[in-house]
Ligand binder design. Structure first.
Ligand SMILES: Cc1ncc(COP(=O)(O)O)c(C=O)c1O
Length: 431
């Protein structure tokens, strides 16, 4: 099995976090998101202890909550002692609604609205990751009106290509996020921030991309960030206290993906950083990270009911399910690979090529295209593994399909953490 929280029971049903998923599908209906709470906690602990081991206890590991955002996950993340990054007022509101400490929030976004900026300021969030000059000046003015000095990091693009899918690359020179080092704009950005009276520039941030399995993209980015820190120190006499290297550690979706080892990657990043910091004669900054997928992905599974199995003679076999791009748009967006199981008959061998077709009126609404699958028939439960990150978070009501419920499993106990949307919910805001 692709991860150790998936197994097969004696009755041939698939188990997730030791729960019979066919029984869960019967009880809660499908599509259904499952969350393995113990796995989230295990991932948090591993991440936190690894960051502390290599970067010291002053380095606050952050959870990039865009990966999976609902009220209960902020409770879990808080109880595990992590900070968070949010990218919208909506994520911030959700976190604050369950008492997440505002001082441990980093606020991202390339075009935060004026409402979002003032909302975050009024709630005393710890740090803004400022994307551009317009945001910087607006934030400074609003902080002045409130008589506060706001901590910020500046979002920079270090000009690194992490060799991942182009839709999830973010640190290239022409990225829409932040300002590039290469063009000199990052330097002007720092000078401007240092001249803002109601801004406390704590440091700089970059996030180069997602689903990265080796250390080089991180260490190459860190090298460019440290070269930049040296330039700023020499030219402006200013030393950054914090350098945030973002998230992006890859996770295993299919057998052919590597098993990423966070300890190995962090250890290598630390060794390289120590050398770079001492070579440049820099004061050692606090290094921050913000992993999303690493925390949530393998803690999730999605269940569907197969409605029909249709063969287009001489061409393709479709296994049609009661969800699709509205609960998981990642294949449509990035051709993301997944591992699929017939949860009702989990011991059967993959036999034939098949395509998993979603229920939306889009030919592109598929979750896989012509991969070897177990046999399916109407009524079988199809389970998709490793759907904890960027699935519920990216779900939509396209075709007016209600969003699925989410059930969290912990130590053998299951509980509903997100109710299934109703048709009434869908029209609730319409007049
Ligand atoms: C700024 C920033 N930080 C962190 C992340 C988390 O990335 P991942 O989920 O790959 O760890 C993202 C993802 O898009 C991001 O844009």
């Amino acid at each position: 099995m692709i991860h150790n929280n998936i197994s097969v029971l004696d009755n041939g049903h698939l188990a997730f976090a030791d729960a019979d998923v066919v029984e869960l599908a019967k009880k809660y209906g499908t599509p259904l998101y499952l969350i393995d709470e113990n796995k989230i906690r295990e991932n948090c602990r591993k991440y936190k202890s690894t960051v502390e081991k290599y970067f010291g206890s002053e380095s606050l590991p952050l959870y990039a909550s865009k990966a999976l955002c609902y009220k209960d996950i902020y409770r879990i993340i808080n109880s595990e002692g992590l900070g968070i990054d949010v990218v919208s007022g909506g994520e911030l509101y959700t976190a604050l609604s369950v008492g997440f400490p505002a001082e441990k929030v980093y606020f991202h976004g390339n075009n935060k609205t004026e409402f979002e900026i003032t909302y975050a300021l009024d709630n005393n969030i710890g740090c803004f990751v400022v994307d551009n000059f317009d945001e910087l000046y607006f934030l400074n003015d609003e902080a002045a009106k409130r008589g506060v000095v706001q901590n910020i990091l500046l979002r920079l693009s270090p000009g690194i290509d992490p060799h991942t899918h182009r839709a999830v690359v973010t640190g290239n020179v022409d990225s829409k996020f932040g300002l590039p080092i290469e063009t000199g704009q990052a330097f002007e950005f720092v000078s401007a921030a240092l001249n803002c009276k109601n801004i406390n520039l704590e440091g700089i941030h970059c996030h180069i991309g997602s689903q990265i399995f080796d250390k080089y993209p991180f260490t190459d980015a860190a090298k460019n960030m440290l070269d930049f820190a040296l330039l700023v120190k020499n030219e402006l006499g200013y030393s950054f206290k914090k350098i945030n290297l973002g998230g992006g550690i890859g996770v295993r979706y299919v057998e052919s993906d590597s098993k990423s080892d966070i300890d190995e990657i962090m250890c290598e990043i630390k060794n390289e950083l120590d050398e770079l910091v001492s070579e440049r004669g820099l004061d050692k900054p606090i290094f921050l990270f913000e992993m999303g997928r690493y925390i949530a992905a393998n803690a999730g599974m999605t269940l569907y009911t197969v409605g029909s199995v249709k063969e287009i003679k001489g061409y393709k076999k479709y296994v049609c399910i009661d969800g699709g791009m509205c609960d998981n748009p990642r294949f449509a967006l990035y051709q993301s690979k997944y591992t699929f199981y017939n949860a009702s008959n989990a011991n059967s061998e993959p036999e034939e090529l098949g395509t998993i077709a979603g229920r939306c009126c889009e030919s592109g609404d598929v979750l896989s295209d012509e991969i070897k699958l177990q046999n399916f028939s109407r009524g079988d439960i199809l389970a998709v593994a490793v759907t904890g990150a960027y699935n519920y978070a990216m779900s939509s009501n396209y075709n007016r399909v209600p969003k699925p419920a989410m059930v969290s499993i912990s130590n053998g106990n299951e509980r509903l953490v997100v109710k299934r949307q109703t048709y009434e919910d869908i029209i609730a805001n319409e007049i």
